[in-house]
Each structure stands twice: as C-alpha cells, then as structure tokens.
Design a protein around this ligand. Sequence first.
Ligand code: C2O
Ligand code: CU
Ligand code: CU
Length: 509
Amino acid sequence: MNRRDVLRVIGAASLVEAIPGLLGAARRHASPFFEPDVELALTAGPGEAQVLPGARTRVWRFTGAVLKGPAESLQIIADSYLGPVIRLRRGQKVRIRFRNNLPESSIVHWHGLDVPSAMDGHPHSLIDPGTEFVYEFEVINRAGTYWYHPHPHERTGPQVYRGLAGLLLISDDEEAALALPRASEELLCVLQDRHFDGDNQLLYMGNGMMDGMMGFLGDRILVNGKERPTLSLATRAYRLRILNGSNARIYKLAWDDGTPLTVVGGDGGLLERPVEQRYLALAPAQRADVIVDLSKRAVGSTLQLVSAPYPAAEVSMTEMGMGGMMGGAAVPNGAPLQLLTIRVERNETSTFRLPARLSTFDANWTRSAPGATRKIAISARQMMWLLGGRTFEMMETAPDEEAPVGSTQVWEFVNGPGMIGMQMAHPIHMHGKQFRVLERSSASTPVVAGSLREGLLDAGWQDTVLVMPGESVKVQVHFSNFPGLYLYHCHILEHEDMGMMRNFRVLPA
Ligand code: C2O
Ligand code: CU
Ligand code: CU
C-alpha cells in the first residue's frame, strides 16, 4: 500500500463513516487521492421510450457517458428505457458521477458489488434533485452479472418501476481464460412486468395496500423493455445473461421444447461446474447465466424462453387466507408466460465446447462450524412485513445485526410458521456480500411436480435467496473488507419500501 492508498482507506473507512459532515463533502466531490481507470457519468432523469406499439411511454431512465477509460465501459441497450450496461473488469478503479435530474431525491446502489459502505447507495446518502453524488470504488467482485438501481427509502419500488435500472457486467481473468461465448455473443435479458393505461402510460399500485402486501405484479412482461422480442441468431453458442428486474414477480424459467437450461452462473458469478436443469426459479433481483447452444439446431427453427406454470399459492397468499379479501393480480405469480423467442436464422460452424469446470469458486471457502446461527424471523404485523420482528430504521442496528470485519457467520431466514394464509415467498438480499446457501429446511420434502421448487438452484455465490413459505434457509456470509453500515432486505420492492429492510453493521477490526 502506498501513501495515497493509505489516505484513501482511512478516508473511506473511518473518517467518512464517523463524521457525517465530512461524508457529505466527500461524496459530492471527486477525491484527489483516487485515480480512476474508468470514469463514468450517469444521470437519472425523465424521458420516454417506445415500449408498446402506439404512444410512447413516459419513463424515468439512466443515461450515461464514458468520461475516461475504454469506450466499451458503457453499452446502450438500443431503443429501451433501461440504463446503459456498465461493463467493468475486476481490479479497475471506477469513478461514477451520478447526477439526479429526477423531480425527487434518489441514490444509486450497485447490487451485488462489494464496495465501501459510503459507496453502497444506502438511503441515508440520498441526494436532492439537481445534485451530484460521486462514487469511487475498486471492482473486487468476481466476474458476473450484477446490476444497479435506485435505493431511496420508500421510493425504490416506484423509481425502478418507472425504468431506473441497468445491468453491470464484470469480467475477470479467470472467466477470460474460459472459452465462453464472447461479449458479442451475449444475449442480455432483463425481465420486468408492467401495467399500462390505454395510452401506454405506466400504472403502479392501483390496489394500494394490497399491492403493498402482495408485491406489485404487472400484466405485461417486458424483456429489455419490449414485449416478447424475437432474436435472430446463428447456429452457434450464446451466453444468455438474465436479470429478474421485476418488482415482485418470480419466474420459473424453461425452454419451451423441454431442453434443459445449461446454467453456468448466478448472482455472484460462475458456478464451479455447469448445471443442467429443466427449470430455473428466478426471484426478483436474482441473475442467471445460461449457455444456449444452437449449433445442432436447424435454420428456421425457433426456441422460446418461457416461465412455466406453478401454483400461485406456493409463493403468495393470494390463493390462501387473505386471498378472498384482497383479490388477485390479473396475471398472478405462476401464470405461464412467453418471454423471448430465438429464431435460428443462419448457419455458422461452431466449435463451442462447454468447459466441464468453470471456476475455482470455492477456493477460500470452508463451511463454518454449526452453532452460532443468527435467526432472522420473517413475519407480518398490522399489514407490515418485518425482519427479525423489526421494521426499518435509517441508522439503526440491533446487536444481532453487527459483525466484526473478517468474521464469518451463518444467518438463518425463518419464514413462518406465522398465521396460516399470511405467508409469502420472500427473496432476501444482503448488500455487499455474496453468500452461500448452506441449507433449506424443505430439502428433505419431496419436490412436487409442477411446483416452483422444481426450479430452485442453490449452487453458486448468491446475494439474494428465495425463502419459501414455511421454510428456513441458512446462508453463510463472510464480512470481508469494509466496515460500516449495509442493508439486508426483501427484494420484493414494495416490501422493501414498506420497511422489510434492516441495517447490518460491519464493525472495524
Ligand atoms: Cu438490489 Cu438493496 O438492493
Ligand atoms: Cu443490493
Ligand atoms: Cu418480501
């Protein structure tokens, strides 16, 4: 570490954390001690997009520009409301100048990235309309599919819903050494559901409290901001990077012809080996990296990515006790959906071979001794969802929400028992850390054919885990690197906004 690095670490870790005034000052100006490899401008503001045929849709969106570094650091998704794809390499130092041109406060969070607390986009860092927040961090995550979205308390749901989200893709040497399809052979697939009025304008939370409790479900499924797009491809292998960017919808991904999905990665990058599954459950905020090999397919043939049906009652209370009282969504969770069509259009000779081993992702990981497990109950009280019996407080942590830097802990998310008919599946997300799922309490119960559980995959590093009703899930998390305040929460954005979110604090050594 040279002197500059020392100053930077001290600045980021202790002073910034300790003195709020200085924190404010540091965030709004670039640090003279930080020399970025990549510098980006990212602006959130109103705009419009052609989503459906006919009238254009008024949206909020991210736009960006590369101020320094490789031009490929930003990739525009043509004709979409989605923000530019940010492409970074592990080891790069990145500065992002975020400008808020929205009519309300906001802040950006880098979902899945391990960054200093002050750079994480915690809602206490909100900035006003017309102002700027300067992020500076080094990319230390593994190669993988991450994303970014706003994180203002009580307003994350509506801001993401209006269009504020984008992919953040990280590459590294380990991944580059594999013969995976290159960036030009990547298919990016952001899944979101929306609801429109007759004039193609977005509608949100029409059912108020019920949409809050259940999570908001739209009746049209968009892929990169379009309905059921068709991709014309060649007889070769592609890498399909899927993000569930929906506020509340859970997909049970499958190919329509029964071909198993070849999964090579999840939230936190590549799996150790490819996994073949007929179905893959993808909860809000989760990502999947899937290889689709078209080399043996005939020109003219098609293949469809769908969400296979599963019973709504498996994940939500619509069909359960509260259901009758609250009504249901037009297209409930579990409804069969067509997402994306692939048309094989031209012949190419492909020599693609899927590597048998993808990654040494377990290199520094050992299962921690059983014992000190922190139990976090998932419950509901007075039309509010709670974590550990508590609701969100901006700066608060309880003693069981603190962990010394460098420690490893097992956290168990306990969904139920609770009132019958008052349970839902909740995708629980931890900021800054990738964890491993150790155990699902339901593992020994047989998987019912046609259920969402057919698609659960806990093989990789994850930052979001779906906890089914009545189930407990144990995850092992290592509190490495950065001390400070971080969030964990349900990634059903309406639940998060209503306070199903808590802080955890990583204590300095
Ligand atoms: Cu996508 Cu607080 O997270
Ligand atoms: Cu996050
Ligand atoms: Cu939830």
